[in-house]
Design a protein around this ligand. Structure first.
Ligand SMILES: NC(=O)c1ccc[n+]([C@@H]2O[C@H](COP(=O)([O-])OP(=O)(O)OC[C@H]3O[C@@H](n4cnc5c(N)ncnc54)[C@H](OP(=O)(O)O)[C@@H]3O)[C@@H](O)[C@H]2O)c1
Length: 323
């Protein structure tokens, strides 16, 4: 019998996730839940889910659900992930795992105490290109890496009904997409010695743009996120013996290049589906091996990244009404 998944919140990412889930053997889309039963029924028939629920509470009471995937806006991750943990379910929760360090700590401690698997859905960590980039950089392929430039920005018309621009739902670029360059930087270089960040903040208190300079003593990183400009969506790592460029859009990359004097090689590694399949496979592997966290994206990794994001938000001046 495969792992039985339950989906909590049926928005944009839940659709993408379920398409990839259907590609994986030994993982079953068993139940879906929405605040609306009509939406849940139509989602269930679209993706062949056995059961549909018109409330989030109901899916957590279903004893057949092994793992809950939480796909609601950021502000509610703490509440629903905590409820799923309390119900004894394993949890894969969308990024950011929660809005700030204190919230993420509460979740990681609760999961450890309850003895259930918990992972932030930092899917980019598991796609084949990023796996190989990490091993090439750490293996010294471009010598000593001294500079990283990473961006994640796109133009979106300001729309206060969208979660992206709504402070009550923890909107803004930093937590939604700034998290990706921060994740890459942290994964390759670790915790910075210092951070200098600035940004553009709306009168409703969410950031439209963020730029951060992370200093590592022997190296540095320039990271940018935004909701008001399209950017090339590459990430570039420069080292003493060459450059590594993760092709656009780097967070879902299918290829990367290594450029050295007299040598330019492009490596191609397609994802399974859109790329969410790889985090699903990681969850399955961990649960099968009775691991309560992934060694590739651990609780401490989520805590470290949210600590960097907290500091960036503090400097940019973004505080959510519920904090
Ligand atoms: N990994 C990725 O590539 C990726 C991409 C996009 C987003 N995300 C993450 O996934 C989460 C959801 O993003 P999304 O783009 O899928 O958002 P979305 O399209 O707005 O969907 C969010 C869903 O959450 C539920 N929900 C519960 N409380 C809500 C509230 N107060 N307001 C609005 N919706 C509420 C709704 O589902 P029901 O109506 O069914 O209850 C809604 O459809 C975010 O945390 C985001 O960071 C990840």
């Amino acid at each position: 019998m495969g792992l039985k998944w339950g989906i909590l919140g049926l928005g944009k990412i839940a659709n993408h996730f379920c398409k990839d889930l259907l590609l994986i053997e030994d993982s079953d889309l068993y139940a879906v839940s929405s605040r609306s039963i009509e939406k849940a029924n139509s989602f269930a028939s679209r993706y062949n889910s056995e059961v549909s629920y018109g409330s989030y509470e109901a899916i957590l009471e279903d004893p057949h659900v092994d793992i809950i995937y939480i796909a609601t806006p950021h502000d509610s991750h703490l509440q629903y992930a905590m409820a799923a943990i309390d119900a004894g379910k394993h949890v894969l929760c969308e990024k950011p795992l929660a809005v700030n360090y204190a919230q993420v700590s509460r979740l990681t401690e609760a999961a450890q105490k309850k003895g259930v698997f918990l992972m932030e859905a930092l899917w980019t960590r598991f796609i084949p290109v990023i796996e190989e980039v990490i091993s090439k950089i750490k293996g010294g392929e471009i010598g000593i890496p001294t500079y990283l430039h990473s961006t994640f920005s796109f133009f979106k018309e300001i729309d206060y009904t969208s979660r992206l621009f709504n402070p009550d739902l923890a909107g803004g670029s930093i937590l939604d997409v700034g998290l990706y360059p921060v994740f890459l930087c942290y994964t390759l270089f670790g915790m910075p010695q210092s951070i200098a960040a600035s940004g553009i903040v709306t009168d409703r208190g969410i950031d439209l743009q963020m730029t951060a300079l992370l200093d590592y003593g022997g190296g540095s990183a320039q990271l940018m996120s935004g909701l008001q400009t399209d950017c090339d969506m590459t990430s570039k790592i420069y080292g003493t013996e060459g450059q590594l460029i993760i092709d656009s859009r780097w967070h879902e990359a299918q290829s990367y290049q290594i450029i050295k004097p007299n040598e330019e090689i492009r490596y191609k590694h397609p994802t399974i589906g859109r790329g969410y399949a790889h985090e699903i496979l990681e969850c399955m592997k961990c649960i099968e091996n009775n691991q309560l966290q992934s060694s590739k994206w651990s609780h401490q990794d989520s805590l470290n990244v949210i600590a960097i994001l907290d500091e960036i938000r503090r400097q940019v001046g973004v505080v959510y009404p519920f904090e």
